[in-house]
Design a protein around this ligand. Structure first.
Ligand code: PEP
Ligand code: MG
Length: 759
């Protein structure tokens, strides 16, 4: 069955469903097309109403249309109930003869015998069932069954999306209220604010809805863009005039016709007149035409979809290049985006940002780490959030549970406002700890350092009660520029940080780009970026970039001596040798150039790749200290992409494999007398910090905002208890068991409030 026409039909159907305006339209399309493809007498979709768990007939082609919305089955009722509860296909020759069959007179179903139902499952959640029925008594063939399973699997994401966008309210299903959009926790905390959508430039599909008051000015802005594009096309045509065959030249004519036609310009202006801003009005017009073209069977016309989109992109580029409507940035903003990389935050008034919401990514993405550094909640992987529709809406962001409410009821808002107030109180309560050392009740001193760098110059360095900076991610200042910063520029930046903290140590990590951190002026495109050209690998392949950075660090350290240099993504001892050689050379050259005695920085390696865990002793022998980067170590040990929300459930730093790896690194460090610290997010989690102390880690580097919390844990703990805890969890097999055990211990210590706040 997997022949080309079938795949083409599937592709077309998915595309149509994805671009449907609402769930109702999407489902009607599905039942019509699926009935055709399978050649069945009836096709229906049932969805589970989350409020009642009933299975509701949502669309049908073949059963009586007025049964839609009225047929509701309890979870254990009927063959549909069986399909949903078993999450398996049910294929029966004579449905009325089946013991689970339940008859609804309003459907006219008595005429049907053959029944095949398959579950619709999206990300492990059963949404409902897709059913085909035949009048004759017959079992559907295996081919038909696999085809229906394939269709249901392909359509599940589109259905989930349409369902989320539309909401059940509009579909007469009733009772649905305050249903949040699910995601995964990115950073703890709750916040209420107004959505501001951050979207990439020149991407028509990503443009959000936004209202304008001065529609006349907006129309003028749009018409100016139209005129500019007309001139661009004339110029392009003139340039290619002689080289282009007649057929290709026709394209320019087609563009001109589209620009002159009322269907593009007129329709867009009509939308602006209704209060929509020009980019979104254009988006809807282009989408409307594309949809109409796509549905045509004529291949020539279908190709015009691309021309239409290209023209839309050109118009958008011209619109975005103009000084547009000033974006109103609310006092309490929630940043919302498809994938909020650290670069998305540049130029934003961060002091007004109350929370982050990203459709992609997970709790260990750099955007989430950044949110934690800012001390604001984040929810990641909210894949069903309709970005185009949320601008300006009130959002409640629940960073503990990983969910987002759009325009919720006053009751929900109040509930979260209370939580937010409690959090604030906890912070105030912890404030006096700032100037006290992190020492256990029986006198064991833990050095608590701060992670920094993601916010670059914006961060309050050293007023958070830290013993120094344990990880300064230098890549962020690199991201904020449009070319590599020069040696002088870098020296100045590093000097400021070293001076501000001296004599406390500052660990500057060398450039760690690649993965989810890219530089606009040095793009790296790879299928598997986290397994690719990242961190030290890039630097060793580009010694000119590495040497400039090292020279800047060493120069900044002159007369201070508190610099530590940390090498990210070390995979083999040979890479350390190569890096040490370059660092040694930079230091020597600088001494020769300046004639000054410059302090030699202490050099450490990050242990964040499984091979580095195995080679930790060989690496420890070569360097002055080891720093365990649990964010990456967890991703590589558990084979869970730290940015992929689909597998976020598996990402857990308390997995026994991670604990075992940490113990191995501690042994390796002890063997050569080299200190070991942890600088990944794991150390910012109170339960995990308890375990790390028990494992023998004396140095933790955590987000500045989390320092008081972790200090509180340390100061309420006896070192002996922490050691015993390690023995107690050693035989537990699953991360969740270990977490449960540690959280009970935290409760026992009377620090329960931290569990919520620390997750
Ligand atoms: C880590 O991997 O644990 C780490 C601290 O570095 P980053 O999160 O920047 O990769
Ligand atoms: Mg890392």
């Amino acid at each position: 069955m997997a022949d080309a026409p079938m795949l083409e039909a599937l592709r077309k159907l998915s595309e149509e469903v994805s671009s449907a305006e609402n769930l109702d339209q999407a489902l009607r399309l599905i039942v019509r097309r699926v009935r055709e493809v399978i050649g069945a007498d009836a096709c229906s979709v049932y969805l589970i109403d989350p409020a009642t768990t009933e299975r509701v007939l949502m669309a049908t082609e073949g059963l009586r249309a007025d049964a839609v919305g009225r047929v509701r089955l309890r979870p254990d009722e009927g063959l549909v109930g069986l399909v949903c509860s078993r999450a398996e296909p049910v294929n029966v020759e004579d449905a009325p003869g089946h013991p689970a069959y339940r008859y609804f007179p309003e459907t006219g179903e008595e005429a049907f015998h053959g029944f095949l139902g398959v579950p619709i499952i999206h990300q492990g959640r059963t949404l409902g069932a897709l059913v085909v029925q035949q009048k004759e008594r017959r079992r559907f063939t295996e081919d038909e069954e696999t085809l229906l399973i394939t269709l249901a699997a392909q359509l599940a994401a589109a259905i989930a999306h349409a369902e989320a966008v539309t909401g059940f309210d509009n579909l007469a299903m009733g009772r649905h209220h305050d249903r949040p959009f699910p995601g995964v926790s990115g950073a703890p905390g709750v916040a209420v604010g107004t959505a501001v959508v951050v979207y990439p430039p020149f991407d028509l599909a990503a443009v959000p809805d936004r209202t304008v008051d001065d529609t006349e000015a907006e129309v003028r802005r749009f018409l100016a863009a139209v005129e500019q594009v007309r001139q661009d096309i004339d110029r392009l045509e003139a340039r290619f005039d002689r080289d282009l065959p007649q057929a290709d030249r026709a394209l320019f004519e087609a563009y001109r016709l589209m620009l002159d036609s009322d269907s593009i310009v007129g329709r867009t202006i009509a939308r602006i007149d209704l209060g929509q801003w020009a980019p979104a009005a254009l988006r809807d017009t282009v989408e409307e035409h594309s949809r109409a073209f796509r549905l045509m069977d004529d291949p020539y016309l279908r190709e015009r979809v691309e021309d239409m989109r290209d023209l839309g992109r050109r118009l958008l580029e011209r619109l975005e290049a103009q000084p547009g409507t000033p974006v109103h940035f609310p006092e309490a903003a929630v940043l919302v985006g498809d994938s909020l990389g650290p670069a998305a935050f540049i130029d934003l008034p961060l002091e007004r940002v109350r929370a982050l919401v990203s459709r992609q990514g997970s709790g260990s993405s750099h955007a989430a780490i950044l949110a934690r550094a800012l001390g604001i909640p984040a929810v990641m992987g909210v894949s069903d959030l309709p970005l185009a529709k949320v601008e300006g809406k009130t959002l409640v962001v629940d960073g503990y549970e990983g969910r987002v409410f759009v325009d919720p009821s006053p009751a929900v808002r109040e509930q979260f406002q209370r939580l937010s107030d409690e959090e604030h109180e906890l912070r105030v309560e912890l404030e006096p700890l700032r100037d006290l050392p992190a020492v256990t009740r029986d006198g064991h001193r833990i050095a608590l350092f701060a992670n920094a760098g993601l916010l670059s110059e914006l961060e309050p360095i050293r007023d958070n009660g830290a013993d120094g900076i344990g990880l300064y991610r230098t890549e962020f200042p690199f991201m904020m520029r449009d070319r590599f910063p020069g040696e002088g520029e870098q020296t100045e930046l590093y000097r400021r940080i070293l001076e501000r903290c001296a004599p406390a140590p500052v660990t500057l990590r060398t450039l760690d780009i690649g993965g989810d951190k890219s530089l606009p002026y040095f793009p790296i495109h790879e299928d598997n970026p986290f397994l690719g050209w990242r961190g030290l690998r890039v630097c060793l392949d580009h010694p000119e970039i590495f040497m400039v950075q090292i020279r800047a660090m060493v120069r900044a350290n002159a007369g201070l001596g508190n610099l530590h240099i940390l090498l990210p993504m070390v995979t083999t001892p040979a890479e350390v040798d190569e890096a040490l050689h370059l660092i040694g050379r930079a230091h020597r050259e600088l001494q020769e150039e300046t004639g000054e005695e410059l302090p030699l920085p202490r050099i450490g390696a990050m242990i964040e790749v499984p091979s580095a865990v195995s080679s930790a002793a060989a690496i420890a022998r070569r360097v002055d200290f080891l720093s365990i980067g649990t964010n990456d170590l967890v991703q590589y040990l558990l084979a869970v992409d730290r940015n992929n929300h689909r597998v976020a459930k598996l990402y857990d730093a308390l997995h026994p494999a991670v604990i075992e790896a940490i113990e191995r690194v501690l042994h390796a460090g002890a063997r050569y007398g080299k200190p070991v610290s942890v600088c990944g997010e794991m150390a910012s989690d109170p339960a995990a910090a308890l375990l790390l102390v028990g494992l023998g880690l004396d140095t933790l580097s955590v987000n500045a905002i989390d320092i008081p919390r972790i200090k509180w844990v340390v100061r309420n703990l006896e070192y002996r208890q922490a050691r015993e805890l390690v023995d107690a969890v050693r035989d537990l097999e699953e991360a969740h068991q270990i977490r449960h055990h540690l959280e009970c211990e935290i409760e026992r210590l009377g620090l329960g409030g931290l569990i919520r706040a620390g997750k």
